[in-house]
Structures are given as structure tokens and as C-alpha cells.
Design a binder for this molecule. Structure first.
Ligand SMILES: Nc1ncnc2c1ncn2[C@@H]1O[C@H](COP(=O)(O)OP(=O)(O)OP(=O)(O)O)[C@@H](O)[C@H]1O
Length: 250
């Protein structure tokens, strides 16, 4: 179980401190697949980074399997089994894809890397000795990072917008890998704007303005999201647009 209790995050924004996460409370259960969604700037990535220890919460606690990890470093949290696939993974000049995979796997053999690269849709012969630098496209680097996450034994895996930069044809394959990697021993959390990901989650969490606005079982949440989207869309329409829509509907 991953428990997040009364969690707050503040960050400097140039003129002072701004509250980015407000009173986040979550009890995430082993074996469940969670999707976090919501408008841009709602705090999804900040929450993921706080769970991973990249950002330090100003108040509240993070508890993994009854162990308080609030003050643990990123490395300690990674050793405890928390993995995070970044929305925009970093490049590492001077390291090859194979080097990166070795660091992630520690003792996995070359053969495993080939299989893994194939699974994430990259030809091993072409990519294993390639530099992990800016010559890789956004989609390629996302796949390499996904491979590193899949290599590690994890208790909690957070994927931050796995759809970002990945073409529609490959996305289904990547989603299948994420699904296959999920098990009764893992808490999977996917941050997403993609309805396809929402459709396979057990539970959906809606975040906005740094808060959890709603959370619940998938089908109920999908109905709620569709309703909310229709309402927001209608509210934000100019009067002329509303007339066009009424006209189009009739
Ligand atoms: N390091 C930082 N310093 C200051 N403000 C930050 C920092 N990181 C994030 N923020 C701010 O926190 C808010 C939440 O950002 P966050 O990236 O968590 O949102 P998000 O829900 O993941 O958005 P998106 O859907 O666009 O990825 C935004 O207003 C953002 O500008």
C-alpha cells in the first residue's frame, strides 16, 4: 500500500512561493492500476515527482508498506521499489543505450536487452550501441526509458504520459507492455490525457489546481469526466458558438 497523507508542495515561482499540491490524500493498493488525469498544470507530474522524491513536500507524508519514506532520497526510494518514467526523459551524452540499460538492470544479460528493446519497438542491432543523446527522437527516448523501467523489480511504477511523443501505431504496443508489466504485486500509476489509458485503469483520479477533485472506479469516473467535459465546454463557449452548436444539433 502506498499512502499519501495530507501532502502539500510549495515551489518558488520568482516572486515568492506558490502552492502546487494541496492536501493530497491517497491510499493506493497493491495490484491496482490507477490513471491520473486532469487539465494541464493541475499538479499530476508534481505529485509523481514528490512520490519519487525529486520534489520535497512541504507538509505531509509518504508511506510505502507501513514504512515512512517521506525523508528518503530518490535513490533510497528507487531501492525501495519506486520507479518513475519521466514525461520528458533526460538524455545522457557519452552513454549508449546499452550502458543505460546495464545501470537499470545491474545484472541482466545482453540477451535480455535485445528482447526488451524489441518489445518496446526498437531494433536492438540499431539501438544498443547508439548514444543516448539529443540525436534520439522524443518517441525513441520514451521507449528506451520504458525499457529501463520494465527491467527493474518495482513495487510502484509511475508512467508520466507514456503517450507523449509516441505515434498512434506504436502506442497500443506500449500500452500492452505497461499492462503486461502490471501484476498483483505492483501499484501502477499512469498519468495520462488519453482515453484509451483511462479505459484500462481500475481507478481514475482527477486532479486540478493541485488538488484531487474526484477519484473512483473507472466506469463511474469516465461518465463523470464526460459530463464535466461537456459542462466545461458549454460554459466556455461564446454565445455565438452556442448558437452554432444548437443549430448543428437540430
Ligand atoms: N519546478 C517548478 N517550479 C515552479 N513551479 C512549478 C515547478 N514544477 C511545476 N510547477 C508548476 O506547478 C503546476 C503544476 O505543474 P505539473 O507539471 O505538475 O502539472 P501537470 O498536471 O502535470 O500538467 P500537464 O498535464 O501539462 O503535464 C504548474 O502551474 C507548473 O507551472
Amino acid at each position: 500500500m502506498l499512502k499519501i497523507q495530507s501532502l502539500y508542495l510549495e515551489m518558488p515561482n520568482g516572486t515568492g512561493n506558490v502552492e502546487i499540491l494541496k492536501n493530497i490524500n491517497l491510499n493506493l493498493e497493491k495490484g491496482k492500476f490507477y490513471a491520473i488525469t486532469g487539465p494541464n498544470g493541475g499538479g499530476k507530474t508534481s505529485l509523481a515527482k514528490t512520490i519519487m522524491g525529486i520534489y520535497r513536500n512541504t507538509k505531509g507524508s509518504v508511506i510505502l508498506d507501513e514504512e515512512d519514506i517521506t525523508y528518503y532520497s530518490i535513490t533510497d526510494r528507487a531501492n525501495k521499489g519506486i520507479s518513475y518514467a519521466f514525461q520528458y526523459p533526460a538524455r545522457f551524452k557519452g552513454l549508449t543505450v546499452s550502458d543505460i540499460l546495464k545501470v537499470a538492470a545491474k545484472d541482466a544479460g545482453h540477451k535480455d536487452f535485445k528482447k526488451l528493446l524489441k518489445a518496446v519497438g526498437l531494433c536492438p542491432e540499431e539501438y544498443l550501441e547508439r548514444q543516448c543523446d539529443s540525436s534520439l527522437s522524443g518517441g525513441e527516448i520514451k521507449r528506451i526509458e520504458l525499457a529501463t523501467v520494465l527491467l527493474k523489480p518495482s513495487k510502484v511504477v509511475i508512467y508520466d504520459e507514456p503517450e507523449a511523443g509516441v505515434d498512434l501505431w506504436s502506442f497500443e504496443g506500449i500500452l500492452r507492455l505497461i499492462k503486461d508489466h502490471h501484476s498483483k504485486d505492483i501499484i501502477t500509476i499512469v498519468i495520462t490525457h488519453h482515453e484509451r489509458v483511462l479505459s484500462i485503469a481500475d481507478e481514475i483520479i482527477l486532479m486540478s489546481d493541485g488538488e484531487i477533485k474526484e477519484m473512483g472506479q473507472r466506469d463511474k469516473m469516465l461518465d463523470l469526466l464526460k459530463y464535466k467535459f461537456r459542462c466545461d465546454f458549454w460554459q466556455n463557449c461564446e454565445e455565438g458558438e452556442k448558437d452554432d452548436i444548437r443549430c448543428f444539433r437540430s
